[in-house]
Design a protein around this ligand. Sequence first.
Ligand SMILES: C[S@@+](CC[C@H](N)C(=O)[O-])C[C@H]1O[C@@H](n2cnc3c(N)ncnc32)[C@H](O)[C@@H]1O
Length: 363
Amino acid sequence: MVLENLSARAHIIQTMLTPLEKLAYTARQGARVAWYMGHGLAAGQFRKTEPGVSEVTRDRPRQKGPGMQQLLASLAATFQRDLDNVAAGYYPLPRDADGSPGRLLKTSRAFLADVPVAAERKAKGEGTEVYSPDKAEELPAYFLQNFHYQTGGYLTEDSAEIYDMQTEVLFSGSTNAMRRECLVPLWEFMRGRDQRQTKIADIACGTGRFGRFVKQAYPRIDLTLSDLSDAYLTEAKRHLKDYSNVSYEVANAEKLPFADASLDVVTSIYLFHEVPPKVRRIIAKEFARVLKPGGRLIFMDSLQLGDIDGYDGMLQSFPVNFHEPYYGSYIKEDLADIFREAGLFHTESRPVFLSKLVVCDKP
Ligand SMILES: C[S@@+](CC[C@H](N)C(=O)[O-])C[C@H]1O[C@@H](n2cnc3c(N)ncnc32)[C@H](O)[C@@H]1O
């Protein structure tokens, strides 16, 4: 029913994009893909020659992942889908806001400078350089790690500055396009609602990329961005400085700073693979607690085992190549079950390139 409504609307306003707009979109996204893929290739060259790589290959899963051709076809389909979503009226033409040329170059230099440092950390098998007993008094131990071997973990301004580049390099420039797919179930939820009366929170918002897309689509919505990392939230504030009606909360998602039944929508992207299984369940209960009856959870994280034929080998090798201590358990989770147990009604799960979108409503 919902799909029928969506495609009917898509049909009505399909002509809204001019050929020039389509061309501009293709040129912009093509340049992003080239920029981030280029950095991926440069970083990959370095990783190939790093010491200790034989230890990593020894543990490599036997199953093969998808071929390059299949991945490139899926990447192209992701951007086509993004453009179709815009043409369908689900959200405006995206402004990725990667920064000025000067800022891009600065981030590029910082990213490339960290590649050998991360490679050395990986060769030594280190992943908890940021842990210290005094920090563990205020932050959970699972959080005090160098996820992806990145310097500073989630704790420093330098790490926050290069995080977006790291994710875009990982996904060849498609991370923002995948995140934007979350705006489709948001559009569906917002039909007939007054955005000024709608409260939405993005939990584990990181540097605020998705929050900015929410504001581009709904400038008057009441948005809260929340994350456990003070440094990442500071970067998010910078990223959304031009938008009003946005609040920021440094908070652990295990204990959200919202009253029971106070939010219309909760969104959360790429959080669950970073936390242990029992913490996922606590956070799911928090999502359910803070949502109003009739409210909606829009959740995105990595693809999981069995989601797409032939992709399992690639998913299994991800935590071997990057420090991702909880990813192995994440890809086996039944997400719909976790959210159902938390008291939510699961309405949809579907792959979005290398991510998975899950939508649940609070009865
Ligand atoms: C992979 S990043 C995802 C960030 C962002 N949502 C995105 O789309 O890129 C994971 C984020 O989860 C945050 N995080 C990890 N554990 C958390 C917790 N228990 N509570 C709140 N945030 C947490 C980290 O600080 C980091 O910003």
